[in-house]
Design a protein. Structure first.
Length: 288
């Protein structure tokens, strides 16, 4: 457990450094224009750095070479554990019409927990018996790159259509020591499944400018695909309110619901994953 917490703490430290580097870049770029009025609907760049207070639901199955895995509800079995969550959003608006954008996203969530399990778990061809103390770690990254076009655009609002690619990258691992298994294991066990699921998405997005530098941003994305070893869908719905009094200083509050449901048959991950999170998000915003 101590080692799990140490690894999570190390990742949090690295994420804090990433925050500082990104924030320094934004402040350095925008300081010369700090006195200009912000304009999210026309400025070329926007960058948001945020975190979440979310509820997650993870149902996963990892099969072995000849043995079907148990269906594991991660939160019910292991609890929330030590959690780190981090998100970067941004876009580049280009073209003379201000209608074209490239948008990017990175979301990271990591949890680690050790718990004495109450039932046998078949995981990747290994059996983790009841009464054994099992360490569980889950790492999840979402990357997105999308093209967005404002097919309706006015001075104070725009409506966009988008097409892009989500990459859901996940690692789920279980480990148990024989010395902590209450006599149920003769040797240490460790098994990890890794999944990289590239899923295209299409969506709609609306941005409205309100008085006193307030903005409302609502977005919905969905796609379902069945290609080769992947069969699944991804959903992403978000609504946020941003107050942007200065180019280099803006704060936002919103709500996000994201879900990915896939069946996979690859060498590194053979099984199924149903993962979703939902909850409020708090972020810092800058435009330049």
């Amino acid at each position: 457990m101590c080692h799990d917490v140490a690894r999570v703490s190390e990742r949090v430290r690295h994420q804090y450094i990433a925050w500082c580097v990104a924030l320094g870049f934004v402040l350095g770029t925008s300081v010369a224009r700090a006195d200009d009025s912000p304009a999210i609907l026309t400025d070329p760049f926007q960058l948001s750095l945020g975190t979440y207070l979310v509820n997650t639901d993870t149902i996963v199955e990892l099969n072995g070479d000849t043995q079907k895995g148990s269906i594991v509800n991660w939160e019910d079995t292991f609890g929330g554990g030590d959690v780190s969550r981090f998100r970067i959003d941004g876009h580049w608006r280009f073209g003379d019409s201000d209608r074209h954008k490239l948008r990017f996203l990175w979301f990271n969530s990591t949890r680690a927990r050790s718990k004495t399990i109450e039932r046998d778990i078949e995981w990747g061809g290994q059996t983790y018996p009841a009464s054994a103390k099992v360490g569980a770690e889950i790492k999840f990254d979402i990357y997105e790159l999308a093209y967005e076009y404002a097919f309706l655009k006015h001075d104070t609002w725009e409506l966009n259509g988008s097409f892009g690619l989500h990459l859901a990258s996940m690692s789920l691992g279980l480990k148990a020591k024989s010395s902590e298994s209450n006599g149920t294991l003769d040797f240490d066990q460790h098994k990890e499944g890794t999944l990289d699921a590239p899923l295209p998405v299409v969506g709609l997005r609306g941005i409205w400018q309100l008085p006193h530098n307030f903005y409302i941003d609502a977005q919905g994305q969905y796609f379902s695909v069945s290609i080769d070893q992947y069969d699944g869908n991804v959903q992403d719905y978000r609504i946020v309110a941003t107050w942007q009094p200065k180019r280099w200083l803006g704060v936002g509050l919103g709500y996000n619901r994201f879900a990915v449901d896939v069946n996979v048959g690859t060498k590194r991950f053979d099984g199924s994953l149903n993962w979703k999170y939902h909850g409020p998000m708090l972020f810092y915003s800058a435009v330049f």
